[in-house]
Design a protein around this ligand. Structure first.
Ligand SMILES: [Zn+2]
Ligand SMILES: [Zn+2]
Length: 262
């Protein structure tokens, strides 16, 4: 791809490749989670549901439709990054040995921390009453989300969510494989947050280490109650800003103390 001249055809091909890969990523992660938890093990794992009831099929179709629209926008942002890289405007580097494996791993962790901060504050901004209905309402159509909601955004929110990648490549040296690892981790955690089943053990949110990490219950409660639990990976910002739902720990304790029926 590096030798291709930038023409409309090239950009079209890059968009199509991006769109295909992003769609496969979405279908694999959300589809696997949905197949296992919402179909195959649904009855057996019912006791792990944060909200016992299930949403209407129409909600799932809404989530799927908007997630697919999101892939078209993410793919376009990818075209912008491709063009910027071709013109030498990014800090992307091609050879891992240039900075070593330690830096490579470090850059993935930094990317996750930067994203966690970007997500928390942009998310809070999107909940502002003047912005919410134009940008973030589509995502909150799901008050009891399924894994298909992972990318269910209005196009304006899709664009905001996609900004994390330009933020990274324009501010820090990062290898494309580090971006890939970061994006796969992001997708995994995003799908987990919308799973609707709590997989972490009892006591996790009170544990000295576990309490710093978010849970499926945390984000499920965000969808149910709206103005709380804004964080993505970690609980740092919600704790610092005092935005955890007042009953978060109680709800988590209730969900994780239920006994299996089988
Ligand atoms: Zn969500
Ligand atoms: Zn929200």
């Amino acid at each position: 791809m590096n030798d291709l001249p930038i023409t409309i055809q090239t950009l079209g091909i890059v968009w199509l490749i991006n769109f295909s890969l992003l769609t496969v990523r979405y279908l694999v992660f959300a589809g696997t989670a949905y197949s296992i938890f919402w179909i195959w093990k649904r009855d057996k794992l019912q006791y792990k549901r944060t909200q016992i009831e299930y949403p209407d099929k129409s909600k799932l179709l809404h989530e799927f439709k908007y997630s697919m629209i999101t892939m078209t926008i993410f793919a376009a942002v990818g075209v912008g990054i491709f063009t910027a890289k071709k013109n030498g405007f990014t800090f992307l580097y091609n050879d891992i040995s240039e900075r070593g494996i330690v830096y490579f791993l470090f850059s993935i962790i930094v990317a996750i921390l930067i994203h966690d901060t970007f997500f928390y504050w942009s998310h809070r901004l999107m909940h502002h009453k003047f912005i919410f209905k134009y940008v973030h309402k589509v995502h909150h159509n799901s008050t009891n989300p399924s894994p298909w909601a992972a990318f269910s955004f209005h196009p304006s929110e899709s664009f905001i969510e996609a900004l994390i990648v330009p933020i990274l490549v324009f501010t820090m040296p990062i290898h494309p494989l580090a971006i890939l690892a970061f994006l796969l981790y992001m997708t995994f955690m995003n799908v987990l947050g919308h799973l609707g089943f709590e997989l972490y053990p009892k006591g996790f949110t009170r544990h000295w280490f576990g309490k710093w990490h978010n849970t499926a219950t945390h984000h499920n409660m965000h969808h149910k109650f709206f103005n709380c639990n804004y964080g993505l990976y970690f609980n740092f910002w919600d704790m610092l800003a005092g935005t955890n739902h007042p009953n978060y720990h109680e709800v988590f304790a209730e969900v994780t103390s239920r006994k299996s029926l089988s």
